[in-house]
Design a protein around this ligand. Structure first.
Ligand SMILES: [Zn+2]
Length: 307
């Protein structure tokens, strides 16, 4: 059975382990901090690879950023990665075959092959964290698009409230449905709605209200927190209805930190009452924090096994 050195490269840390073609971990998962300097990052890649190269068949990277169609390079990097990250040719890092995939795509593949979406040939994994990411599986294949950048669901536009996104465009889905989006909604309601005056947070400045305050306020039955959360949830549902109608998908898997605050049954019911395609299932992700490594490893196996 093929063995893959799987490396998940994030803005703050880098985790790696050896994974087999069933997605099982064969050794302990190790982590190191992601350096801010590109030369140091290359050195870390070289060290990890040279330590493991003899035992493995392929190397698989899951990383932020848009990946080229050949899965050898990060074409456009994210601001949290070192300058020059897109200059690395991953295929030259080893004499073994190397595969690189976007982390949201890799996570979606892991959910499809080993997680919540097993057996669903049409499924979409949406990551709700600081931002919103997505990986789309269509008829059993990962949707990559003409340049490899497909599935950028966070940049989908919704008919919102003139919010400027971190990408400087207006009304991106991400600027509403992410954890950061919840905080912005909380600030807006605190500044403009009288409901805030009777909230448990009324003595706070609108800018100081956090995502945690809102989810905590839900537990304490705070009307302001409930109002903020409902607006956030409705923005999320708007986006999920759009993608369900377009893709006629069988399942949407929700991953990321915001997932734990969602009632998937309730959201599923609402979405299914407003779509024109067949019903969709809404589920929470199962692959956890290591879905990037698992998905990238399995995709590398698919790619290189056939060559
Ligand atoms: Zn945006």
């Amino acid at each position: 059975m093929a063995k893959v050195l799987a490396i998940d490269v994030g803005g703050t840390k880098l985790v790696y382990a050896i994974v087999n073609e069933k997605g099982e971990f064969l050794n302990e998962i190790k982590r190191v901090s992601t350096p801010k300097n590109i030369e140091e990052l290359k050195k870390i890649f070289e060290t990890i690879i040279s330590e493991n190269e003899k035992e493995i068949d392929y190397i698989a990277f899951a990383t932020a950023g848009a990946i080229n169609l050949e899965n050898t390079k990060v074409e456009s990097s994210t601001p949290n990665m070192p300058d020059g990250y897109n200059s690395i040719d991953f295929s030259k890092l080893s004499t073994k075959p190397v595969y690189v995939e976007n982390d949201a795509n890799a996570a979606a593949w892991a959910e499809y092959k080993t997680g919540a979406a097993q057996g669903e040939a049409n499924n979409i994994t949406i990551t709700l964290g600081t931002g919103v990411g997505g990986g789309f599986i269509v008829d059993g294949k990962l949707l990559r698009g003409k340049s490899g950048r497909g599935g950028e669901v966070g940049s989908m536009k919704i008919n919102g409230r003139n919010r400027i996104c971190t990408c400087h465009r207006k009304n991106c889905f991400e600027s509403y449905a992410s954890g950061s989006g919840l905080k912005i909604t909380a600030e807006e309601i605190a500044a403009n709605d009288n409901i805030f005056k009777s909230s448990i947070y009324k003595d706070k400045k609108p800018n100081d209200i956090t995502t945690y305050d809102i989810v905590n306020g839900l537990k304490l039955n705070d009307e302001y927190s409930k109002k903020v959360f409902n607006i956030w949830k409705n923005d999320l549902i708007t986006g999920l209805i759009n993608i369900t109608n377009i893709f006629d998908t069988g399942m949407i898997v929700i991953s990321g930190g915001m997932g734990e605050f969602i009632d998937t049954d309730e959201i599923e019911k609402t979405i299914n009452s407003e779509i024109v395609v067949s019903p969709v299932k809404i589920r929470l992700a199962k692959s956890g924090n290591y879905s990037g490594m698992i998905g990238a490893a399995l995709l590398a196996c698919e790619r290189f096994r056939h060559n």
